[in-house]
Design a protein around this ligand. Sequence first.
Ligand code: FAD
Ligand code: FES
Length: 287
Amino acid sequence: MPKIEIEHGCAHGGEPYIPTPCRVIEITPQTRDVKSVRVQALDGTAPFDSKPGQTVMLSVPPFGECMFAIAARGEDWIEVACKKVGYVTERIHQLKVGDEVGVRGPFGNWFPYESCKGRDMLFIAGGIGMAPVAAFMTYVLEHREDYGRVDMVYSGSSYDDLVYKTALFEEWPKVEDTHVHVSIYHAEDGWDGPVAYTAPFLEEVIAKEGLSKDNVAVTLCGGPSLFRTCREALSELGYDPADIITTLEMRMKCGVGKCGRCNIGGKFICLDGPVFTEEELADIPRD
Ligand SMILES: Cc1cc2nc3c(=O)[nH]c(=O)nc-3n(C[C@H](O)[C@H](O)[C@H](O)COP(=O)(O)OP(=O)(O)OC[C@H]3O[C@@H](n4cnc5c(N)ncnc54)[C@H](O)[C@@H]3O)c2cc1C
Ligand code: FES
């Protein structure tokens, strides 16, 4: 089985600093604090071409800009899922269809969809960590015949905290040999599915479904606690760190390796990442 190969040092190809003016064409509330925002360039085209896992800087003048995973893309739009956490994301949540925003990108590298071909695909995400994972999952399902069995393990604090519910509960489970497993962290009225944190839920799914740790590519994305506990669970179950793909989220300003905001050890996450295998991350500080 060929090794998973991830490209690094993917400098932005075009003008990195000047945003492309774009228009908001669709806004979909996902949860009480997450909205997906779809934008296109003012001439009605997509602002740029991108690959699953790449990121975009979205600006709301004069308030500022934030980095987001490109969660979805169509022929003439790109979409981000924005969680409201502070100053700029609050402004993004106030946007309306027709408003103008700025877009810089695409930044960073992408999920290794080529070298994963022929493998089973196990996606693990929590909360807003679904945004980049959804882009990879969508790519895999659009090229279904190139991959083996597909499993998505996704968790959120509550039912309301789950993003992309239509894809999760209606669209993805209908695709051949595609299995979606969802848990919430705390029991609530109206939810009769699993109640568990992501790592124990992951272990349960792997055991119940008899998932193989051979010939699999695992993609993991979520907050620090999910990240740590799922990595530990996968390690204990014997998964090879070279088969585990993660996407890191550091504070970013320039996106092109100039401002020094995003380095971990000797790596600039904006240039070298955000996508790495666990094997590649073995030597860098984990906080
Ligand atoms: C590569 C990358 C991909 C990202 N993808 C997404 C995505 O798909 N969806 C999404 O909702 N968010 C994503 N983020 C995070 C998003 O960029 C930040 O939440 C946003 O910049 C916060 O801006 P703000 O002005 O609203 O918050 P601020 O007012 O600046 O800060 C509010 C709070 O958020 C914390 N904070 C701010 N930025 C970050 C950060 N990067 N990481 C951790 N804590 C932070 C601050 O410490 C503070 O507590 C991504 C970040 C990076 C670097
Ligand atoms: S965001 Fe500026 S160096 Fe990475």
